[in-house]
Design a protein around this ligand. Structure first.
Ligand code: G3P
Length: 224
């Protein structure tokens, strides 16, 4: 099973997608929230309303020091509830904060991950997820599929799971699924695109045409 989350703060689009695609939650980062947010309070309220119970909510910290990250995580967990994950970018303060958050029973997604050894450091602390940035790895000449395979081997020795992020095309998504990443967070546009193929549409049009020619506007149930 692969979990698919939405990497976006476009809640209208998310709701539309959720009507036909099995979505397991939402991830945002400061860039995503800054993009369309005239009223961030309203946006956060919408996220809370739409993504409840088993649907995961991953919100990234805007703080830098361990102490402030943990305080922020506590406030966010209080607001969103038990399905909340604090996203913490990996660095020294981030790792300290991740350890502290875990000890306070706050779920952690260690983010902005580029290397297998970053995955090792985060996994050893028992974080819930590591979020490798697939497209950003490819952009700097890395082989994201090979790197994901290596990361997958590392997390298999720990309780940590991979939440692959930063996708820009369908092949990156397919490869992450085949590598066995536990979860992927993807823009709504790319998820929408993933179910579409021009020859599917062509086949559907052909079925309609053939039916019309013989049976006109009648429907199959009329012949029962
Ligand atoms: O959620 C963080 C990650 O998805 C970043 O993606 O598209 O900005 O590389 P991107």
């Amino acid at each position: 099973m692969t979990k698919i989350l939405i990497d976006s703060a476009n809640i209208e689009k998310a709701k539309e997608l959720m009507s036909y695609y099995d979505i397991s939650g939402i991830t945002t980062n400061p860039s995503i929230l800054a993009k369309g947010a005239k009223n961030l309070s309203e946006k956060l309220k919408e996220i809370k309303e739409v993504f409840k119970e088993d649907l995961e909510i991953h919100i990234q910290t805007t703080e830098k020091s361990c102490e402030k990250i943990v305080l922020e995580a506590e406030k966010l967990k209080k607001y969103f509830g038990d399905n909340f994950f604090i996203k913490i970018p990996i660095n020294k303060e981030g790792l300290k904060a991740a350890k502290e958050c875990k000890s306070k029973n706050i779920k952690v997604t260690m983010t902005a991950i580029f290397t297998p050894l970053q995955v090792l450091a985060a996994s050893k602390l028992g974080v819930d997820y590591v979020a490798p940035y697939v497209n950003r790895i490819d952009n700097i000449g890395g082989d994201s599929t090979k790197i994901l395979e290596e990361m997958q081997k590392i997390v298999s020795n720990y309780d940590t799971k991979i939440l692959a992020a930063s996708f820009k095309n369908q092949n990156q998504i397919k490869d992450a699924v085949l590598v066995g990443a536990y979860a992927l967070t993807i823009s709504p546009e790319l998820i929408e695109e993933s179910i579409w193929h021009p020859y599917t549409d062509k086949s559907i049009a052909q079925f309609e045409e053939d039916w019309q020619k013989t049976f006109g506007d009648s429907k199959v149930v009329e012949y029962l």
